[in-house]
Design a protein around this ligand. Structure first.
Ligand code: GLA
Length: 394
């Protein structure tokens, strides 16, 4: 849906609910990671880009010190929170995301004032496309703009990340809020999570298209297994540091195996670290191949990334493996891999333009045969940046 159609829809619904029109409307996209999975929390490298799908927030200030929250996605629910009391999370509620951000703003000594708010999002939820980080960045961006805080994008990233860690209890890395806050139209962003140096690289290829495929398998284990992988990386770092100073796993190179191999005797630790080290190398190579517009190399790196996530990091699962394995046998698919945290969610595919129809049909049919689930297809094009789309519309 275009911004215009969504603005009309939000204006109407806002008026029906609050008896006034909103005076500001903001938009934040979702994100997909092209390569560099489970590397951000080891301060390694990532390569995300934004989607055309995202989250909208329509808002209007009010005199009372309360936050009124509604969402077009949950039309039967409406909430009111007093801003004079400490905010606390409610199990499974979507309001945890905006409230987590408001709580972080309060911790930073910012008085947010009272607001009527209506959210709307078209990112499929539970699909690993960062619907939660989209709400978080949107909320920080909206308040930063409305309160004239003039925060830079890094400040927004850190507030959004802290909100997710402290309020939702997930040890998420910097990937998702970064991808959304720094998104550029038609570009992917290469980020070194240690130095925080980043670079936008044009996504378009003359004869190929990017496609996201949703396995429609919800990421049920994602949070617990995610935290488990995070803890394992901390244990590995501690172990290595007993022998040689090492500030972050993401800085290790293939040649470091010489001193690491005798120290890391646990096979699980070896596998996990092998993924981190090889994946970081793949991200650097991928960035170069994207600049060179070389689909063959991009594809090879995607297949290799998926294998490493399957065998060494063990986060793919049978549904994502089915999408990638079936895609591998389709003529015109040059690369595919799971994207996001894993355990369900989405895969990303690089497909020759003239093979797209065949790719969709064969993958949908064979995936259904294999899993009894329908796959959904989203082209990765016209991706949007974070933006204030209506401001001071009094
Ligand atoms: C989730 C997390 C990110 C990142 C990915 C895996 O999306 O929120 O920080 O770790 O998983 O690459």
């Amino acid at each position: 849906m275009s911004h215009t159609a969504t603005i009309n829809k939000l204006n109407k619904a806002f008026y029906a609910h609050y008896s006034h029109l909103p005076i500001h409307i903001f938009f934040a996209p979702g994100r997909v990671n092209l390569i560099g999975e489970h590397t951000d929390y080891t301060k390694g490298k990532v390569m995300p880009c934004s989607l055309s799908e995202g989250t909208y927030l329509a808002m209007r200030p009010i005199k009372q010190r309360v936050l009124q929250l509604t969402s077009l996605n949950f039309p039967d629910q409406s909430y009111e929170f007093s801003l004079s009391q400490e905010l606390s999370p409610q199990k499974g509620a979507w309001t945890n995301y905006p409230l987590g951000v408001i709580q972080e703003l309060h911790k930073a000594g910012i008085s947010t004032g009272g607001w009527q708010c209506m959210y709307y999002g078209d990112i499929p939820t539970g699909a690993g496309l960062s619907s939660s980080a989209s709400i978080n960045i949107l909320t920080v961006f909206a308040w930063s703009t409305c309160l004239d805080l003039n925060w830079d994008r890094w400040k927004m990233v850190h507030i959004a990340q802290a909100a997710e860690q402290n309020f939702a209890g997930v040890n998420c890395g910097i990937l998702d809020p970064f991808a959304i806050a720094f998104a550029r139209d038609q570009a992917a962003t290469y980020l070194d999570c240690h130095s925080l140096v980043y670079e936008s690289i044009n996504l378009e290829l003359p004869e190929h298209e990017w496609w996201i495929v949703n396995s429609n398998r919800q990421r049920t284990l994602a949070d617990s297994k995610y935290n488990e992988r995070y803890d394992t990386c901390i244990q590995i770092l501690e172990k290595l540091n007993l022998h040689k100073s090492c500030t972050h796993l993401g800085g290790l190179l293939p040649k470091d195996w010489i001193w690491i191999a005798p120290i890391l005797s646990t096979p699980i630790h070896q596998k996990r670290l092998r993924h981190i080290i090889t994946e970081n190398q793949r991200v650097s190579d991928f960035a170069q191949a994207l600049k060179d517009k070389n689909p063959k190399i991009l594809g090879q790196l995607m297949w290799a990334s998926h294998q490493s996530l399957k065998r060494d990091y063990e986060v793919t699962g049978q549904y994502l493996d089915a999408l990638v394995d079936i895609a591998r046998g389709i003529d015109g698919v040059v690369g595919a891999r799971m994207t996001g945290a894993g355990f369900g969610g989405c895969s990303i595919h690089l497909v020759r333009k003239n093979a797209v129809a065949e790719f969709k049909e064969t993958l949908a049919t064979n995936y259904y045969k294999h899993t009894q689930l329908e796959a959904s297809f989203y082209p990765l094009r016209d991706n949007h940046a974070l933006e204030s789309i209506v401001f001071n519309n009094i």
